[in-house]
Design a protein around this ligand. Sequence first.
Ligand SMILES: [Zn+2]
Length: 85
Amino acid sequence: MPLLRPSLTPCASFHDRVSALAAGRVAPREAVALAAHAAACPDCAGTLGHERRFEAMMRRHANHEVQFAPAALRSRVAQLFDTHG
Ligand SMILES: [Zn+2]
């Protein structure tokens, strides 16, 4: 069941996908696999809770295009570092 990257530990795989999971942007089967890990791993369950609170905050404070904002923000920050770094 190669839903998660086999080269990463379960926790690393979870962290890799937790933002997408909190935003509802993973396939149902992957969501099930990630939820199963969170159910067995308190650390990752805590991370998921944090991501879900962040996602809820973003939804409250922005319009329906918010799901594209984090990537745009990251690239903008990267440009700033390129300019000044
Ligand atoms: Zn974990």
